[in-house]
Design a protein around this ligand. Structure first.
Ligand code: HEM
Ligand code: HEM
Length: 185
């Protein structure tokens, strides 16, 4: 079952944990605050039309969805290890690259959801927030990987991370599909 290639653990990050955590949480907070401001100050588009604020909301949703699929092969050792070996100097930062791109996905999703809801557009809010919550759960046990691996064991950690990742992706696709249906597409 454990068919992954053997891999040397990544070097410890050279930057201390406190500024790294502050940067990650700061990105989430900034996405929430800026999204809220842009949405609250923006004008809702007339029915059947789109304005720039609505387009920004839609664009960030698309960016979050596409990048969420990209982070899977970047996290999975089976695909990421050979890729990063080829990238040479980036190899020790394999997990860091996966983590920070995932953090960008969560920040984009937060901006997107808060901006559109502040604009008064509540379509797909449940599927959107459920997907975002699963991503935040991925962040929590992914960021404190050493702690949770100690608690659950390596195998269960991987099963949980995969299940939450697949759940987040399925809910995101379902969310996009609901939006398409709401547009009559
Ligand atoms: C945080 C909660 C979320 C809320 C409240 C929310 C809300 C919305 C709304 C209102 C729209 C319609 C926008 C439009 O077409 O103008 C939309 C579209 C979309 N959302 Fe979300 N969303 C959330 C989370 C997510 C997540 C996590 C993803 C993917 C990772 C996502 C991906 C998309 C995509 C791809 C579209 C279609 C954009 C388009 O067709 O222009 N959303 N969302
Ligand atoms: C948001 C913050 C996230 C953090 C901090 C995080 C952290 C991690 C870490 C530390 C690994 C382990 C890599 C290794 O030991 O080789 C990993 C693997 C992985 N991640 Fe994430 N992750 C996050 C989000 C995501 C998201 C959003 C997805 C997909 C939607 C995802 C999908 C995966 C997959 C598929 C693996 C491979 C698991 C395995 O087979 O070992 N992760 N992640």
């Amino acid at each position: 079952m454990d068919f992954l290639p053997a891999v040397e653990e990544n070097e410890r990050p050279r930057v201390a944990w406190a500024p790294r955590l502050a940067l990650a949480l700061g990105l989430f907070l900034a996405a929430l605050v800026v999204g809220l401001l842009v949405g609250a100050l923006g004008e809702p588009a007339p029915p059947g039309q789109e304005n720039e604020v609505q387009e920004l909301g839609g664009g960030t949703g698309w960016a979050a969805l596409v990048i969420a699929f990209v982070v899977v092969p970047l996290g999975w050792q089976y695909t990421a290890v050979p890729l990063f070996r080829r990238l040479g100097p980036l190899a020790p930062y394999r997990v860091e690259v996966h983590n920070w791109i995932s953090i960008a996905v969560v920040a984009l999703a937060l901006f997107h959801g808060v901006e559109l809801m502040a604009l008064g557009d509540y379509r797909g809010w449940l599927s959107g927030w459920l997907a975002t919550l699963l991503m935040l759960a991925l962040f929590v046990h992914g960021w404190w990987r050493a702690y949770y691996r100690g608690l659950w064991g390596r195998r269960l950690w991987r099963i949980i991370h995969w299940e939450l990742a697949v759940g987040a992706l399925l809910l995101s696709v379902e969310h996009w599909w609901l939006i398409e249906l709401s547009k009559g597409g």
